[in-house]
Design a protein around this ligand. Structure first.
Ligand code: CTP
Ligand code: MG
Length: 174
């Protein structure tokens, strides 16, 4: 059981790195081009908002994929079934994050306002959905492992975001 949870964390590591690296990367890059280029939707609010940048998207997909490729080439402890799988996990995580911001703006939440569960787990669900579309869920990832992975991810997300806040990388502690 514990071994499966550790394996599942290594499996979704490309998604974790994709989700987390833009916070640091964009800060050091110093360039921020909003994906929506400032456009507003039918409701007058921003389509995505300033928290979703092209630079962040590129950094997240690249570093997430790279992380998975390194794992894949170093004994494949995450059980990826192809070299392409980390790319799908990283891309899925970033698309899920973008979709989450789209939903947040449509329900009237401003950039950075919390959306419990969506903020913590949306990226992971989208990453698993995209990789599953191509490869299916890994056979060893049973429902209890999946459930534990969601709980661990939620806690890790809250913990790392708080750390990023303490380090002055994020404006909000969540
Ligand atoms: N980020 C980025 N580009 C992305 C994703 C994230 O530049 N595609 C950076 C932004 O600096 C963002 C930070 O990572 O502020 C944290 O991401 P997140 O919490 O997802 O964004 P929020 O600012 O909270 O915005 P939203 O309310 O839209 O989620
Ligand atoms: Mg946020």
């Amino acid at each position: 059981m514990l071994a499966n949870v550790v394996k599942s964390i290594l499996y979704v590591l490309p998604a974790y790195v994709a989700n987390g690296s833009p916070v640091v990367g964009v800060r050091f890059l110093g360039r921020r081009t909003p994906i929506d280029l400032g456009a507003r939707a039918w409701d007058g609010r921003r389509v995505l908002g300033d928290g979703k940048t092209i630079e962040g998207l590129i950094i997240g997909v690249s570093l997430g994929t790279l992380t998975g490729l390194i794992l894949y080439l170093c004994g494949n402890p995450g059980g990826h079934r192809a070299a392409l799988e980390p790319l799908l996990l990283a891309l899925g995580a970033m698309l899920g994050d973008i979709l989450g911001s789209f939903v947040k703006r449509r329900i009237g939440l401003r950039r950075g306002q919390p959306a419990p569960c969506l903020d913590q787990l949306g990226f992971l669900v989208a990453a698993l959905a995209l990789s599953s579309l191509v490869y299916g869920l890994p056979s060893w990832m049973d429902s209890s492992t999946l459930l534990l992975l969601l709980v661990v991810t939620g806690l890790l997300h809250l913990g790392t975001n708080y750390l990023a806040y303490l380090l002055g990388l994020k404006r909000e502690p969540y």
